[in-house]
Design a protein. Sequence first.
Length: 515
Amino acid sequence: MPGLPAPPTPATAPTPPVRRLGRRFIRGFAFGCLGLIGLGAAVLVCLAWLVSQVPKTYPPVANPIPPPGPEPSLGTALDGFDSPYLGHTGSWDGKGGGLGGGSKIADLDREQSMGLRWTFMPVYWRAMEPAGPVDLAAGTPSAWRELDDFVIAAHDRRLNILMQAPVIGGNSGGPPSWAGRLQSGKAAPANMAAAVDFAGKLASRYCPNGTLAKQQGWGASFGVRAWEIDNEPDSYLTNWKGQAPAYAQLVTQAAARIKQIDRMAVIVAPAVASGGHGSSWVDEALSGETSEGISSSSTRYSIGPPTDVVSFHCYEGLETGFTGEDRTIERDFSEVRAAFEKWENRVPGLHYARKDNYWHTEGNFDFLGVLPAKRRAAWRWQFFTRAFAAGIRKVAVMDASAPERMAVRVYVEALPNPFPMVPASNEVQVVSGRAVVLRHADSPEAGAGQVWIAWAVAGSGDAVVDLPIRHQRVKVFAGDGSSESLPAASGRIRLHLSGDSKMALGRLLVDRAGN
């Protein structure tokens, strides 16, 4: 009622101390989670920035390896073996399937769709012989049947197989427990003879005219002929760091066993990671040194004599970002080549002829696909062209996105044999801007067909070039698969090259009869 005093406000009960502590804990936990999320986001941003770094310069190799001759030098009689494009798609479980046991069929189909003639499969010793040596005469374990299925699927798609085997380190986690280890946590097995026996079983089953080829009726026309020994033994996960003499022993003895079974087999090593950090390990693997407790033998071994093909890996963007310097396919190749040439005649009893077969068997621009797909497609053409100009015989096509697959298919169809590939900027007229131009001639004969590859230098804007042409019409391709047929004017064609700040899309001009 008006004029009466307001009733007293009830006293508020004090908040119990436990409840206040609970609220503080929840608030602290929430702020901590937000902080962790922010830190994680910052790390991802930094990582994305690192792996999207692009080399600023691409110096060519000073002394390229001359192009191969007309006759096959390796893998005689296997269809498509000389193709320089190595498919390297998806994940693996080390016994014929994808990671987690998934099928590799979709990956093989992607490789076939690009016009490739090669695929890739690592084989983990630990996965194939987990409980002890396998006697294939007594039956075929499930892991071996899975690997059989992969080889059959590759045959059906006309894909040769680069079989990385035996893989003892890396993703495989080391040798099987029953084979022991020379050093805890490292890759070298105590029972090296068992590893060599395993290599022999693989060769006997999967080589041309091997067990599987005879069962399938292929005879000598198909089988595994290229064997890459382990994966990044210098540094990757369970590795051979500090165990280079033992790795050299494995390569030497496994190569001898495989070639007893297939004298045309091709031994590929050392599958080394690039970026500059593996050079000292490669030197050690070539030097013939022995180390007590590291090699299971006092015999001197070097990877030089048994290696037919020198393999290495290159991720241009990843390496450039993490080293802070321009790392290119040319530089990585030059470093591993220099090591092999350095040791050719330095170790008595371990001399070897100069290597002229170098394969890039793993690598993308970056590992995470941070660079936009359009730029990665542009990079594919540039990477191929620069690698072939250096004399590298095979280049990996790893995990290509849809735009990249189209770019690869165009390149493969235009240049099934890209050798020779030579710098040709001095043969053209650069009307405006800055451009890189290389040329492939189908043969040394006058009037033979030729293919030009050109792109604008990154960060320099658009460019225009005039190219000398041998035929009345040419076909010009872009990386997205589009093409146009153009008439030559007074024996020349003018190309307009679009610029880009990081990776300019190139043009590929086919100057052949019938265009």
